[in-house]
Design a protein around this ligand. Structure first.
Ligand code: GAL
Length: 476
C-alpha cells in the first residue's frame, strides 16, 4: 500500500455539483407524440433486424415525456444539486430546422427547467445526445458539411429559447462514440459502416459544429445570459500491457490520442488534431495508396475558430484498458488499425454487467490527472460515470454501491492529492433506461424502472440511498 492509498480527507470541495444524467431518447418515449419528428434512433429501432437486443425500441422507454413529475421526485429524493438531461432535437424542430418549431416541445422542456429551478436544482443541458433528426440524416447527417450550420442554427435556437434559465450547455455528447460506433462500425444509429474514412469526416464536422455553436453563444448570448458551453468527451484510461515495453507505452499514447485527444486536442489545445493521430493516419494512408491522408485537415481559419471553445471539461468515464502495440500495416483502413494498438480487458477486473465495462476506479484518478496535465488544468465535470447490472437486477445492489464508493474515493485522491480542479460528478444514470443497442437488458439506473408495468414505476436501488447520504454530507 502506498502512502496515497487512503484519501487525506473524505470531504468534497465546497459547492461540488452532485448530479445524475439522462438522455432524451433513452428515457422520454413519446417518440411521435405532439408533433415530434423522427430521429435516427426511431428509424434504427423501427427497422428491426436484430441490431437492437430483442428488437426493442425507445418508443415508450421510461415514459418521461408524460411522467416528468416522477423523474423530478427521484431527483428530489436524491437531493441532487444538478441534473443533466438532453433535448430531443426533433421534438423541438421536427425536421431539424427552424422552418417549423414545435411549441409543445418547447413547453415540455420549459416545464422541466422551471421545475428544476423552482427546486434549487441546476440544469445541465445537452443539445445532442445521439438522436439526430432523421430529416438531417437524410441529407447526409454528420457526413455532410452542411450539418455544421444546421446544428449551429439549432444551438442558436436553444440558447435563445432556454438560455435565460440554462447556464450550463453541452453541445455534443461523445462525438467519438457517434463517429466510431454510428458511422464506422454501424453498431448504433445511423448504422453506417464506412471504416477508416467516413469516421474522420464525421468527427471533423462535429468539431466544427461544436466550435461554431460555442462562438454563437459567446457572440450573441454570453453577455446577457452568463452561461458556459462545453462538449462531453468519453475516454477510457489506458495502461501499457507490459509496463516495461516502450512499444506498449507508445501504443498507450496513440490510444489516448485517438480516443480523447481526437476532440480534446483541437478544442483545448490548438484547434488541430493531436500530432500523433495526424502522423499515424497520414503514413498509413500513404502506404495504402491514398493521395491524401484519410484524416481531413482544418484550414488555418478553422483552427483559430476551434481553439479554446470549451468553458469547462466534461468527461464521461467508464473503464480502463491495457494497451499493447499491434502492427496493423496489412489490415484494411479502420480507426482501430490506424492506432496500431490492441486494447485488452484485464480478466482480473470485475465486469458486473455490460461486457465492455470492467470496473477500474483508479483508472479515473489517472485519467483526471492526465487531463489536468495535458489540457491546461481545466475545470472538470465528470458528466457520466456508472455501472450496469444485467436485467433482472436486485434492488439491493450493495456490490454496485461498493464500485461507486471506490470510484468516489479515487476522485477524492484526485482532488486532494493531485489537485485536479474537479467541480462535479454525475452518475449515469438517474433511471434504468434504453441502453442503445443493448435495449433494456442493461440497467444503469439509480432508480429501478419496472418496464413490464404500464405505469413504469421508479424504485430506488440501495445505491440511490447511499448516494443521497454522500450528497447530503458532501462527504464519503
Ligand atoms: C455513454 C452514453 C450514455 C450511456 C452510457 C452507458 O456512452 O453517453 O448514453 O448509454 O454510455 O453505456
Amino acid at each position: 500500500m502506498d502512502s496515497l492509498s487512503n484519501p487525506p480527507s473524505f470531504q468534497f470541495p465546497a459547492g461540488f455539483a452532485w448530479g445524475a444524467s439522462t438522455s432524451a431518447y433513452q428515457i422520454e418515449g413519446g417518440w411521435d407524440a405532439d408533433g415530434k419528428g423522427p430521429s435516427v434512433w426511431d428509424t434504427f429501432c423501427h427497422q428491426g433486424g436484430g441490431r437492437v437486443f430483442q428488437n426493442q425500441t425507445g418508443d415508450v422507454a421510461c415514459g418521461s415525456y408524460t411522467q416528468w413529475e416522477d423523474d423530478l421526485k427521484c431527483i428530489k429524493q436524491l437531493g441532487l444539486t444538478h441534473y443533466r438531461f438532453s433535448l430531443s432535437w426533433s421534438r423541438l424542430l421536427p425536421d431539424g430546422t427552424t422552418g417549423f418549431i414545435n411549441q409543445k416541445g418547447i413547453a415540455y422542456y420549459n416545464r422541466i427547467i422551471d421545475d428544476l429551478l423552482a427546486n434549487g436544482i441546476c440544469p445541465l443541458v445537452t443539445l445532442y445526445h445521439f438522436d439526430m433528426p432523421q430529416a438531417v440524416e437524410n441529407q447526409g447527417g454528420w457526413r455532410s458539411d452542411k450539418t455544421v450550420e444546421i446544428f449551429n442554427e439549432y444551438a442558436r435556437f436553444c440558447f435563445d429559447t432556454f438560455g435565460n434559465k440554462v447556464k450550463f450547455w453541452i453541445t455534443i455528447n461523445e462525438p467519438h462514440v457517434v463517429a466510431e460506433y454510428g458511422y464506422e462500425q454501424g453498431l448504433i444509429a445511423p448504422g453506417v459502416t464506412d471504416p477508416g474514412i467516413g469516421v474522420y469526416h464525421v468527427g471533423h464536422n462535429m468539431i466544427k459544429a461544436h466550435a461554431k455553436a460555442w462562438h454563437t453563444y459567446h457572440l450573441l448570448f454570453k453577455e446577457k445570459q452568463h452561461g458556459q458551453v462545453s462538449i462531453s468527451l468519453d475516454s477510457d484510461w489506458a495502461e501499457p500491457f507490459d509496463p516495461s515495453s516502450v512499444k506498449d507505452q507508445e501504443a498507450v499514447q496513440r490510444y489516448l490520442a485517438f480516443n480523447l485527444g481526437w476532440f480534446a486536442h483541437p478544442v483545448f489545445i490548438n484547434g488541430d488534431y493531436p500530432p500523433l493521430m495526424k502522423s499515424q493516419i497520414s503514413s498509413k494512408s500513404k502506404q495504402q495508396g491514398f493521395m491524401d491522408s484519410r484524416l481531413p485537415e482544418f484550414t488555418d481559419e478553422e483552427m483559430k475558430m476551434i481553439q479554446g471553445t470549451a468553458d469547462f471539461f466534461c468527461l464521461n468515464y467508464y473503464t480502463t484498458r491495457k494497451v499493447k502495440h499491434q502492427d496493423s500495416s496489412h489490415t484494411k483502413p479502420s480507426i482501430k488499425a490506424d492506432q496500431d494498438a490492441d486494447a485488452i480487458q484485464d480478466p482480473s477486473w470485475p465486469v458486473p454487467g455490460i461486457e465492455w465495462l470492467a470496473v477500474v476506479p483508479w483508472g479515473l484518478r489517472k485519467l483526471l490527472k492526465f487531463i489536468k496535465d495535458t489540457f491546461k488544468d481545466p475545470e472538470i465535470y465528470i458528466t457520466e460515470n456508472g455501472f450496469a447490472q444485467i436485467d433482472p437486477a436486485p434492488l439491493d445492489d450493495s456490490q454496485r454501491w461498493e464500485y461507486f464508493r471506490q470510484t468516489l474515493s479515487e476522485i477524492l485522491k484526485g482532488v486532494h492529492v493531485d489537485a485536479v480542479n474537479l467541480k462535479g460528478y454525475f452518475v449515469w444514470s438517474l433511471l434504468d433506461n434504453f441502453e442503445w443497442h443493448y435495449g433494456y437488458s442493461q440497467r444503469f439506473g439509480l432508480f429501478h424502472v419496472d418496464f413490464e408495468n404500464p405505469k413504469l414505476p421508479r424504485t430506488p436501488y440501495r445505491s440511490a440511498l447511499e448516494y443521497k447520504k454522500v450528497i447530503s454530507q458532501n462527504c464519503l
